[in-house]
Design a protein around this ligand. Structure first.
Ligand SMILES: [Zn+2]
Length: 207
């Protein structure tokens, strides 16, 4: 009798063992499936703030915002109705409204590669690094840096300029009353332009 009972007990044990084995197998399969679904999603989420070109991450750390305290986009990158004579109908930058004298900071470590009055951009500063050229337009003519300076990310490199500038040779931009303006502008703002290998991109992709 004892032998029969122990025989059933062993059979029962084997059945439970087989069921447990199948449950563990199913759990492992589930983990593998869930991982393969979610891990690519996580990757694309972490990468969405970076610029990709030929699958190379050009700004792995991102830019910092160029105009602390001001985030109102007054004119986005892309096609638009020209707001004033001489302003392009395709807008190669992002306009951020701010009063005259607002600090402008370097979006990344780089070199001041241009500083001067540049047609529609008015008083303009260009910051260069790697394959990037970042342009700040309509700035104050009271420069804080000079061409060739190496600057650090976050350093104040310029200030938002006045709407009107006087005595600039060759400035053809003016308002409806004939007063000369700081390039093609209807009011104080930062025009931020970003080029990669001399091709303009939407600056907002950099943050
Ligand atoms: Zn603009």
């Amino acid at each position: 009798m004892g032998d029969i009972f122990s025989h059933f007990f062993v059979l029962g044990g084997i059945a439970i063992y087989k069921i447990l084995h199948q449950i563990i197998f199913l759990i492992i399969i589930s983990i593998v499936l869930i991982s393969s679904i979610f891990i690519p999603t996580l990757n694309s989420y972490t990468n969405q703030n970076s610029i990709f070109q030929n699958n190379i991450i050009l700004n792995p750390d991102g830019f910092i915002w160029p105009i602390p305290g001001y985030t109102k986009i007054t004119s986005p990158f892309g096609r638009r109705n020209s707001p004033t004579a001489g302003a392009s109908s395709y807008h190669y930058g992002t306009d951020i409204g701010a009063p005259e004298g607002t600090n402008l900071v370097a979006v990344a470590d780089g070199k001041i590669s241009f500083l001067g009055f540049l047609g529609a951009g008015g008083y303009t500063l260009t910051l260069s690094f790697e394959s990037f050229k970042v342009t700040y337009c309509h700035i104050s003519p009271n420069y804080l840096v000079k061409e060739g300076d190496i600057v650090l990310q976050g350093q104040v490199i310029a200030k938002v300029g006045p709407k009107y500038v006087y005595g600039v040779p060759g400035n053809k931009y003016k308002d409806s009353n004939g007063k000369p303006t700081n390039g093609a502008t209807t009011g104080c703002h930062l025009h931020l332009g970003v080029r990669i290998n001399d091709k303009y991109i939407n600056p907002l992709e950099c943050f």
